[in-house]
Design a protein around this ligand. Sequence first.
Ligand SMILES: C[S@@+](CC[C@H](N)C(=O)[O-])C[C@H]1O[C@@H](n2cnc3c(N)ncnc32)[C@H](O)[C@@H]1O
Length: 169
Amino acid sequence: MDTKFFSHIPVFYNEAVDALNVREDGIYVDCTAGGGGHSSLICERLKSGRLVAIDQDPDAITVLTQRFAGRDNVTVVKSNFENLGDILDSLSIDKVSGILADLGVSSHQLDTAQRGFSFHNDAPLDMRMSQDGISAADVVNSYDEKTLQDIIYRYSEEKFAPLIAAKIV
Ligand SMILES: C[S@@+](CC[C@H](N)C(=O)[O-])C[C@H]1O[C@@H](n2cnc3c(N)ncnc32)[C@H](O)[C@@H]1O
């Protein structure tokens, strides 16, 4: 994995971490660790504390594992953060001092054509953050019009959902 794809400065880099009021002995969770920008800043502020860095994207996990190699107080977990309760249970953590979630897609996901998120590159639709399950291409090519309409409306509140769904099928 070419870590340069993850080398950008994340949004609200300092502000987001400042807002966590990181205590040097606290336990923190980065639910969307991505390239590890925010996670690194949290780490810099820890002494005896601990960080759990979660992402569902295997590319991010590769980068995070490299970036935090040798940091005993950082645990990198490949998972959807919807499993946060189970993740913390498995690490015997019953409470945390702060949780960060920088929601959305990463620059790596947008800029890597074969991931199929890009508006700029002509590449197959994929859009699977976790790189498993069905792709966006499968969805648009196999779901019926009503289901597509519901998905477009529900997740984007797009008032032209019926028109867009009709164009897809
Ligand atoms: C905007 S990037 C985060 C960038 C990160 N803050 C950094 O400093 O590099 C969003 C990340 O969240 C991950 N992500 C989005 N939804 C997720 C979910 N439900 N569970 C786990 N990871 C998720 C994506 O794979 C992506 O790597």
